[in-house]
Write a protein that binds this ligand. Structure first.
Ligand code: PHE
Length: 451
């Protein structure tokens, strides 16, 4: 056995974990969900979900990883016993990471395409009318979607290949501060737009009439996705954490960073949208159609568009790394493979699994019924399966295990070591025992259409 790798520093861990959390979920998904669900009230419920459900589950995931010093499957084997049913929670995590990364990489590939169009000045050159069909063309062109998807997977493999401190941590230390600076530059610019006040009202105003129970459940699902919970990504990162590092404190920092970036993204996107008289509730195409149209009319458009789409790529890359790390660490821990072999093999399998997602929009090369499942195309089926079923189920398993089954002394010991926040222990456990399972169960029942 080779010695297990660890982070070089606690800040390295926090940046890597925040890198996992901050992703397409913050910049692409959160603003359009906010738009669809009426703004302020959705944001308020989202904040409650992060604090009361997301944060406790994050602490639980990191704690399981660190106390077992192993990736998801091995962690449940060592904490619950080799033949225990809990090991399935670990397996579910490994499967989720495969499924999510396979389509996530397709969206990240689109962001690469837009970055390329922006850098070369072509996006802006097209003008508002010319920008509109760009997304449709990309989505329907199988070779283009495929090429960008494969390139993005190549980048992800290259980082994971480098290892925990020399790959994941090193790149998170570069990409995360760059992302923050780019975000603040864009926010500064959004501040100068006419639509900024309207955007602030939209994001923070309390529009009680827009409240729906579906919006509340959607907020909880988004909290899960955005904080990277339920598939063992945080568990795996936690397994590289030193014994004396504070889990509770780090989790608070990661959650606050993730939430701040989701809010800032909205305050970057909505002023752009409002200033150019567009609708905030255009769904998933907000970032790839409405925003480019508005951007293409602004002064300094080439630079702004490049900054925005590069930001999206950076955010997606640090998240994708964490997903590939789950599978890679499984092969290293459980099969005794060398990291390089594990990273390349797992990455290639994910890249192949992503091919139908990349081809989902193209009917020229693949008859649409060939890639359809559950009456949705492949891409939508994977997204549906992963966000509505696999993540909540994984999260439920992690919460139940930590609260009801894990060795109490071990749990207490790991919560406390390195932490000055011992007063939170009782509250954390209470939330994890009761509120978290009930809330997750509600999302789950909603996903299957029972409520
Ligand atoms: N949190 C990431 C995002 O917001 C997505 C993700 C989910 C990453 C699950 C890892 C695990 O985009």
């Amino acid at each position: 056995m080779t010695k297990r790798s660890h982070w070089n520093s606690r800040i390295g861990f926090v940046l890597a974990a925040a890198g996992s959390a901050v992703g397409l979920g913050n910049i692409w998904r959160f603003p359009y969900l906010t738009g669809e669900n009426g703004g302020g009230i959705f944001v308020l419920i989202y904040l409650a979900c992060v604090a009361l459900v997301g944060l406790p589950v994050m602490v639980a995931e990191i704690l399981i990883g660190r106390s077992a010093q192993s990736s998801p499957v091995g962690a449940f084997k060592s904490l619950a016993g080799h033949t225990s049913k809990w090991v399935w929670v670990g397996w579910l995590g490994v499967c989720s990471s495969f499924v999510i990364l396979s389509y996530y990489s397709v969206v990240a590939g689109w962001s690469l395409h837009y970055t390329w169009l922006s850098v070369t000045g072509r996006l802006v050159g097209l003008g508002p009318e010319g920008v509109k069909p760009v997304f449709g063309e990309l989505y329907q062109s199988a070779p283009m979607s495929l090429a960008w998807h494969l390139l993005f997977m190549g980048l992800t493999i290259a980082v994971v290949f480098g290892g925990v401190s020399k790959g994941v941590e090193r790149w998170s230390r570069i990409l995360m501060p760059a992302l923050l600076i780019m975000m603040l530059v864009l926010l500064g610019h959004a501040f100068s737009l006419d639509g900024f006040t309207q955007a602030v009202h939209f994001v923070f105003g309390f529009h009680a009439d827009k409240f729906t129970s579906i919006g509340a459940l959607e907020a909880l699902g988004q909290a899960f996705f955005s904080l990277s919970l339920g598939m063992g990504a945080m568990l795996t990162y936690g397994s590289y954490l030193h014994r004396e590092d504070d889990i509770m404190g780090s989790s608070i920092t990661i959650s606050v960073l993730d939430t701040a970036i989701a809010l800032i993204s909205s305050l970057v996107l909505f002023p752009i949208i409002f200033s150019y008289g567009m609708e905030p509730s255009t769904g998933p195409s907000l970032v790839f159609i409405s925003v480019p149209i508005a951007l293409s009319q602004m002064p300094g458009a080439t630079i702004l568009a490049t900054l925005f789409f590069a930001l999206l790529v950076f955010a997606a890359l640090t998240s994708a790394i964490s997903m590939l790390e789950v599978t890679t660490s499984y092969f290293i821990d459980e099969r005794g493979w060398q990291r390089r072999r594990a990273a390349v093999l797992a990455g290639v399998v994910v890249a192949i699994m992503g091919i139908p997602s990349a081809l989902s929009g193209g009917t020229r090369y693949f008859g649409s019924d060939l890639v359809s499942l559950l009456n949705k195309n492949w891409f939508d089926s994977m997204d549906y399966l992963a966000s509505n079923w696999m993540l909540p189920l994984g999260g439920l398993g992690i919460a139940l295990f930590t609260a009801w089954r894990m060795d109490e002394a071990l749990r207490y010991d790991h919560f406390l070591s390195g932490s000055r926040l011992r007063i939170f222990y009782k509250w954390w456990l209470l939330l994890l025992k009761f509120l978290v399972p009930v809330a997750i169960l509600l999302v789950f029942l909603h996903a299957v259409g029972l409520i």
